[in-house]
Ligand binder design. Structure first.
Ligand code: ZN
Length: 125
């Protein structure tokens, strides 16, 4: 799985999942905050975990498409991107999984932080 920060703007999607034969690309806006990026990634991972058909979005320029998947023929990328989007139910389900995943990751990060600070304070004692 490759996470690609890309310049997405205008009516481009907030994130996207582009599966190829050898790997999955997850696109996130380069300018998003780490928190926003995590929730976008978790949402896209939600689609993967739920075995949704990758339904990619339109609204990307040819240049963006070329930079997203430089190893793919542009036609292939375009075809993938021009599929109709996910259904509302799929979106809601992915959002649900993404939110849970994001919360779990936050817990893990907080636990690691707590452990390292308690290790530090026991060393200082
Ligand atoms: Zn989605």
């Amino acid at each position: 799985m490759v996470i690609l920060p890309v310049a997405l703007s205008g009516n481009a999607p907030s994130g996207a999942w582009i599966p190829t034969d050898d790997r999955d690309y997850l696109l996130v806006p380069a300018t998003a905050s780490p928190t926003r990026r995590r929730s976008i990634l978790c949402h896209e991972v939600g689609h993967i975990l739920l075995h949704h058909d990758p339904a990619l979005h339109d609204g990307l320029t040819t240049d963006q498409m070329r930079s997203l998947a430089p190893n793919l023929p542009l036609d292939t990328t375009r075809r993938m991107l021009q599929r109709t989007g996910y259904t509302d139910i799929e979106e809601a389900d992915a959002e649900h999984v993404g939110t849970a995943l994001s919360a779990a990751l936050e817990d893990v990060a907080r636990a690691a932080e707590w452990e390292s600070s308690s290790r530090l304070s026991s060393r200082l004692r």
